[in-house]
Design a protein around this ligand. Sequence first.
Ligand code: NDP
Length: 256
Amino acid sequence: MHSNQPEISDETDRKVVLITGASSGIGEAVARRLAREGHHVVAGGRRIERLQSIAGRTAESASRSGGTFHPVRLDVTDRADVNAFVEGAVERAGRVDVFVNNAGIMPLSRLDSLLVDEWDQMIDVNVRGLLYGIAATLPHFTAQGRGHFVTIASIGAHQVVPTGAVYSGTKYAAWAITEGLRQESDPAIRITTISPGVVVSELANSITESGAAEAMRTYRAHAIGPDVIARAVSYALAQPADVDVNEIVVRPTRQR
Ligand code: NDP
């Protein structure tokens, strides 16, 4: 039930943070850390039961610092869903301070495998989903005169390896779109791109091509924990309002 009064007061150090793909891996770690740090987190993903379970496990540590964790069912490939995600948060909290574009999939394969449906899915989630998040949030940031976009790109936004052509294509696109957003935006809107190296998560589970899956098992042997990326997000958010952390690359020391 909603009254006209937002449930969350206008405290600048406690941010209203929307995170896509918060049901596992990096997004879950970011959502949990920020809620524990006292922020008001709206956590989106398709697997609502998992989000509700994470919310249950995070509630106590979040409430100790005044933070909250609100799970919302979200499919980033559905523009109406993304709009409802943002509008619901604005209705509840009165504003949106940070939008973390994190949802992503990585079904790696060689181009000659012609897994065209998987190419489409990557483009839909990693590129269209990112754009829908920007489209739904940017008008609020412009009206508020402040806001912060965080894009979780990838090392794959900086280099291409065999089986990674389409995935890297989507991550180069995510990097370029976010950089274009930075150049065009009102200076009061902050823009951060974070490019993780290999991080423990469920990301490689979407690979269906056996050769790519096997190569990933070796490649991912030195993966670092997802909270490392959550700390990078926290760092970017915690800077003074006139400081814009634009780019962070975080990878395992053993990843070349
Ligand atoms: P996970 O697979 O653990 O998490 C991916 C998240 O994206 C899940 O919460 C999933 O939620 C969500 N998601 C997928 N499709 C959709 C959709 N259509 N709508 C909404 N949410 C969706 O992987 P990671 O945590 O590793 O991935 C997070 C981001 O980090 C991705 O953008 C990935 O490319 C990037 N990254 C990861 C690296 C790594 O090594 N782990 C390295 C570099 C970048 P649900 O299924 O519930 O919808």
